[in-house]
Design a protein around this ligand. Structure first.
Ligand SMILES: *Cc1c(COP(=O)(O)O)cnc(C)c1O
Length: 391
């Protein structure tokens, strides 16, 4: 099969929900992928922040294959030692009390929204069910998480959306306060708006909303689907801000390339769900859990986290000498580049032609390299990026 055949089959047999680069990848190792013709690409995307340990890391492959040859799935009617081990590890690393395992970021956020509404219903009865999110946020593609997403362009076609979401401007404490009333039961935020253009929230704003939530018995829920699991040089991005939310959601990088999501809650919310109130067929899949355990054992050491911060800093320093770079926004290895010529999409396409995979977010270039990327792979990628920026 050649590229042309793959592309034409995609157009004939797959729904057209994605705009794709003209690249068909078939294998990879570390931060290097190979396409169907054997051409190499340096990967600055990790599959949108998913492949935390790069392609086919030896330890990860061993964990996945080991579990696949032992037991692949059992349903949630039975106990699973990999599920319990993963949940215990996640609680230990985050200081949260309990975990619900699911399959994606949107599902983890759906779970958070359901916990918030049931907690409020149990305590206050009907009525206090509004959830405040931020303008320019992104929380997923299900009908409810689209409603949670604070961008008008996502509130189309699929009416009626789930009711009960209000949107406040990021970093505007007065606008935030103006949207808080006695019917708000929870606040859901990304600490760095990823899809929204790599926009970190201001620490002052985050501290203030955290205080307001605590004061008014409003749950603070942080969507760490993109920022979590060491991406920002701390296990949770919350640690960069010194906050302790009531709920944290994880997904993308958690299992290093297998579908997984996790919703973590604190002690006060531990008993909100009872048998029958929430569930999933695939959630907590043993192979995904085994993969996640390998990721956690690797990325949670002080040494690894310090390395992530150093790698991020190195890339930012290099970028500051590049042509066409107007500025950067980043924490750890979650990096946004503002271009002088406002031509991020064009640059991303040219990079792919030259053997470098990069992302965009709004009109920014976005880099989410595998956390294990080597200096040599980084330099190879940056060289290609520089040559394209010079054009
Ligand atoms: C990617 C993302 C999601 C959605 O995750 P899916 O796994 O695609 O459902 C939700 N929130 C944030 C912050 C994300 O970056």
């Amino acid at each position: 099969m050649d590229f042309k055949q793959i592309k034409s089959d995609e157009q004939q047999y797959m729904m057209h929900s994605y705009g794709r680069f003209d690249v068909a990848l078939v294998e990879g190792k570390g931060a290097v992928a190979k396409d169907i013709d054997g051409k190499e690409y340096i990967d600055f995307t990790s599959g949108i922040g998913v492949n935390s340990l790069g392609f086919c890391d030896d330890g990860w492959v061993k964990a996945v294959c080991g579990q696949a040859s032992k037991l692949q799935h059992i349903s949630n009617l039975y106990y699973s030692p990999v599920q319990t081990e993963l949940s215990k590890k996640l609680c230990g690393l985050t200081g949260m009390d309990k975990v619900f395992l699911c399959n994606s970021g949107a599902e983890a956020n759906e779970c958070a929204i359901k916990i918030a509404r049931k907690y409020s219903f149990d305590k206050y009865g009907k009525g206090k069910n509004k959830i405040l999110t931020l303008v320019n946020s992104f929380h997923g593609r299900t009908v409810t998480t689209l409603a949670a997403t604070g961008q008008e362009t996502f509130h189309n076609f699929f009416f009626p959306f789930t009711e009960g979401f209000v949107y406040a401007e990021a970093n505007n404490i007065n606008d935030f306060k103006a949207h808080i009333d006695e019917n708000v039961c929870a606040v859901l935020v990304e600490l760095i708006q990823g899809e929204g253009g790599v926009m970190p929230l201001e620490p002052e704003f985050v501290k203030e909303i955290s205080n307001i939530c605590a004061e008014k018995d409003i749950l603070l829920m942080v969507d760490e689907v993109q920022t979590g699991v060491a991406r920002t040089g701390k296990f949770l991005c919350c640690e960069n801000y010194g906050i302790k939310p009531n709920i944290v959601t994880l997904a993308k990088g958690l299992a290093g390339g297998l579908p997984i999501g996790a919703c973590l809650c604190d002690k006060a919310l531990a008993d909100v769900f009872a048998p029958g109130t929430h569930g999933t067929t695939f959630g907590g899949n043993p192979i995904a859990c085994a993969a996640a355990l390998e990721v956690l054992s690797r990325v949670s050491t002080d040494e690894f986290l310090c390395d992530v911060r150093k790698k991020g800093k190195y890339i930012i320093e290099k970028l500051s000498e590049f042509p066409n770079v107007k500025g950067t926004r980043s924490i750890g290895m979650m990096i946004g580049i503002i271009t002088e010529k406002d031509n991020a999409k064009e640059i991303a396409a040219k990079c792919a032609e030259k053997g470098l995979l990069v992302l965009t977010a709004k009109n920014l270039l976005r880099l989410l390299p595998p956390l294990t990327i080597t200096r040599e792979e980084t330099d190879r990628g940056l060289e290609i990026l520089k040559s394209v920026m010079e054009e």
